[in-house]
Design a protein around this ligand. Structure first.
Ligand code: MRU
Length: 338
């Protein structure tokens, strides 16, 4: 059975998404026909993961480009421009979102009429989705080349099919390897506070029949001291020119622990997650999310109701802790080729 997912796609005039807030217990798909509903879905993580929100954003441009009754070409251009800006700003850290929205709208807006622009937007969004599936396949090939068989790996946050159009980045390496018959044992960091690891990696690994264990984020360093790991594999939301890498909060702690135990720490990410316009991680905008994500889980309070909270959704791992950046081009290191 293919384990590739259909995380985001265009279906009969709508963006179809698997609702990741409902996993692992319910597999529900949302058909979204309105840009503001899509922005909300991105913001509340119904679709999440850097490449997946890029693909969703590209389809969002198609929704925005739908001509309105009585709208002439100039009014259409101005309105879609402003909806594209709102889409690109739905989440600030993953550069893929703004990249995919800009790419789709830049291609579409050269169409002379609103109808033509919508057709062109759909063409480009479909291309971005297809390319994303192909990039996952290539990253997996390069990722497998640095791992032994069997391999024990640790991972943080969800970077499988759910975080992309369907293939995956870091977890995609494991899933593709398993399809080829390679053996893995995966330590899944639960990934507080929203449990992308515990909820989503477990779901994906179970479907694929790959053995795994879920551990609290705080157990990772101890596990690294007790078990013979071959690698730590994580994804990325934005990679600066010097290699500093933003990824889900907790990635930096895992990288420090991996370094302390001599375990190679790899970032697996497509080139669309690189932002070579910024010199270092200091310039990466870090999303801070609402306090209630930390104060409570699924409606049950875990702190006093007004406890002050610090809730950065991402951190930045300094380049010197990273062994290599596995992209569709191979295993890269800074200075990165353009
Ligand atoms: O807040 P999320 O769930 O969108 O964060 C996702 C991550 O941090 C992933 O590790 C990253 O986007 C790489 S996904 C292939």
């Amino acid at each position: 059975m293919s384990t590739e997912l259909r995380t985001v796609e265009w279906n009969d005039g709508a963006v179809r998404l698997i609702d990741q807030t409902r996993l692992p217990h319910e597999e529900i798909y949302l058909d979204i026909r309105d840009t503001s509903v899509l922005i909300d879905a991105i913001a509340r993580l119904a679709v999440r993961g850097a490449p997946a929100i890029g693909v969703a954003g590209a389809y969002g441009v198609v929704l925005a480009a739908e001509p309105r009754p009585g709208e002439d070409a100039a009014a259409h251009l101005a309105r879609v421009d402003s909806e594209c800006r709102a889409l690109a700003d739905a989440r600030p850290t993953a550069v893929n979102l703004a990249w995919a929205v800009d790419r789709t709208w830049s291609f579409a807006k050269s169409g002379g009429s609103p109808e033509e622009r919508k057709v062109r937007a759909l063409e480009e969004a479909e291309r971005i989705r297809e390319e994303d599936l192909e990039l996952s396949r290539r990253m997996a090939e390069h990722g497998l080349s640095v791992l032994p068989d069997p391999a024990r790996v640790v991972t943080h946050c969800n970077t499988g099919g759910l975080a992309t159009a369907g293939g995956g980045t870091a977890l995609g390496v494991v899933l593709a390897g398993a399809r080829l018959g390679r053996k893995f044992y995966v330590h899944v960091d639960e990934t507080r506070p929203l449990l992308q690891g515990a909820r989503l990696n477990s779901w994906e690994l179970q479907r694929a029949g790959v053995p795994y264990v879920v551990q609290c984020d705080g157990a990772a360093a101890f596990a690294l001291s007790r078990f013979p790991f071959d690698a730590a594999l994580v994804g990325a939301d934005r990679i600066a020119a010097n290699g500093d890498t933003a990824n889900k909060i907790g990635t930096y702690a895992l990288a420090l622990a991996a370094k302390a135990h001599g375990v190679p720490f790899y970032v697996v990410a497509p080139r669309s997650s690189f932002d070579l316009s910024i010199g270092s991680g200091e310039e990466i905008p870090i999303e801070e999310r609402i306090a209630d994500e930390v104060r409570m889980f699924r409606g049950a309070a875990s702190t006093p109701t007004d406890a002050p909270v610090y809730n950065p959704a991402f951190d930045v791992t300094p380049a010197h802790l990273i062994e290599g950046w596995i992209t569709e081009r191979g295993v890269e290191r800074p200075p990165f080729a353009p």
